[in-house]
Design a protein around this ligand. Structure first.
Ligand code: NAD
Ligand code: UFG
Length: 339
């Protein structure tokens, strides 16, 4: 297929490009490099020996989208472009609605203009909010507790209405906690500022960039008192997009899929795995709970297996080892190659 990948230079997008090229799909990336760099795409080209056409532009701009659609004529779109920091979304709600919701609307309009009927969307487990039951299945009520989560829920609703009206296909992938890096250690997560998320923070402690990890609460109702999450290796997540493209080829309408492993790990377990992978001590300090955090999240991903034939195959050790290889091999991320 010819696949337009918005936000393809980002963390999940870049790993997905590698998997798409590995399956002989043709790709075109649209990215404004707001949270990434063109260097990432050079790494993808080097790694795959593949062709990656890249257009620098904003997913909210109708003219840019029209040009890309008419030139590339995609069979499907994978829509990663968006803003993703939960905390920032609370202080910059309009910015988040604009990029995440208006960006999705503009993209669908442009797809309609060229008759492109398939879209794979980066949604998030945060659409569920405080668990009514665990593991979350796709029928769990949607009750997001952050602006970020609400932008993803609204985009899901828009995509579902569009699919219904147009006869198109919208695959809504609800990612749990993506971590890890490509086995080559040439692609990985490269946070611009102080990392918000656990794994990149641990990695920066291990490599000596930060003195210790704050553990946000050790008095949750969980086996060791620290938060439980369903971490998913980014390469497994990338492969879910390839499976979703195959699914979209012979289904119509909107369908949501949880993308996780079903096996939650605590903060302490993540630190322990990283100590083993890195051989570094990784000091921790117990801090108070982080506002808005919930105790535990866990995915029921059985629908992704039964309907798309997808399941995660990477282990916790793979997640820790690949993150360490990436972080230690690229202590400044992609920065050293940026002009
Ligand atoms: P990322 O920031 O690394 O990638 C997003 C990419 O989109 C970046 O390359 C950025 O430059 C680009 N972008 C941002 N705004 C744009 C705009 N207006 N026009 C064009 N390009 C734009 O993030 P990621 O972790 O790869 O996440 C990809 C998607 O998955 C996002 O939509 C995110 O909300 C979603 N998601 C991420 C996580 C996670 O924990 N990483 C979890 C659930 C869902
Ligand atoms: N944590 C710490 N110290 C840190 C960072 C995190 O103890 O420095 C803890 C958190 O309290 C939580 C766990 O580690 O218990 C995971 O926190 P993350 O910030 O890594 O992940 P979240 O589950 O809070 O959220 C992430 C993304 C969201 C996404 C969600 C999907 O930030 O965008 O996963 O489940 F939607």
């Amino acid at each position: 297929m010819r696949v337009l990948v918005t936000g393809g230079a980002g963390y999940i997008g870049s790993h997905t490009l590698v998997e798409l090229l590995g399956q002989a799909h043709e790709v075109c990336v649209l990215d404004n490099y707001d949270n990434s760099s063109p260097v990432v795409l050079d790494r993808v080209r080097k790694l795959t020996n593949g062709t990656v056409t890249a257009v620098e532009g904003d997913v909210r701009h109708d003219n840019t989208l029209r040009d890309v659609m008419t030139t590339f004529q995609p069979d499907a779109v994978i829509h990663f472009a968006g803003l993703k920091a939960v905390g920032d979304s609370m202080t910059n709600p309009l910015g988040y609605y604009d990029v995440n919701v208006n960006g999705t609307l503009a993209l669908l309009r442009a797809m309609d203009e060229v008759g492109c009927k398939r879209i794979i969307f980066s949604s998030s487990a945060t659409v569920y909010g405080e668990p009514v039951y665990l593991p979350y299945d796709e029928a769990h009520p949607l009750n997001p507790t952050s602006v970020y989560g609400r932008t993803k829920m609204m985009a899901e609703h828009i995509l579902a209405d569009w699919a219904q009206a147009s006869g198109g296909t919208a695959v809504l992938l609800r990612y749990f906690n993506p971590v890890g890096a490509h086995a080559s250690a040439t692609l990985g997560e490269d946070p611009a500022d102080v990392p918000n998320n656990l794994m990149p923070f641990i990695a920066q402690v291990a490599v000596g960039k930060r003195p210790y990890l704050n553990v946000f609460g050790d008095d949750y109702d969980t086996p060791d008192g620290t938060g439980l999450r369903d971490y998913i290796h980014v390469v497994d997540l990338a492969r879910a997009h390839v499976a979703a493209l195959d699914y979209a080829a012979d289904h119509s309408g909107a369908r949501a899929f949880n993308i996780g492993t079903g096996q939650p790990y605590s903060v302490q377990q993540m630190v322990a795995a990283f100590r083993t992978a890195s051989g570094q001590p990784i000091p921790v300090v117990v801090a108070s709970r982080r506002a808005g955090d919930i105790a535990a999240m866990q995915a029921d991903s059985s629908r992704a297996l039964s309907e798309m034939g997808w399941r995660a195959t990477h282990t916790l050790d793979d997640m820790a080892a690949s993150t360490w290889a990436w972080q230690s091999g690229n202590p400044n991320g992609f920065q050293s190659e940026e002009g």
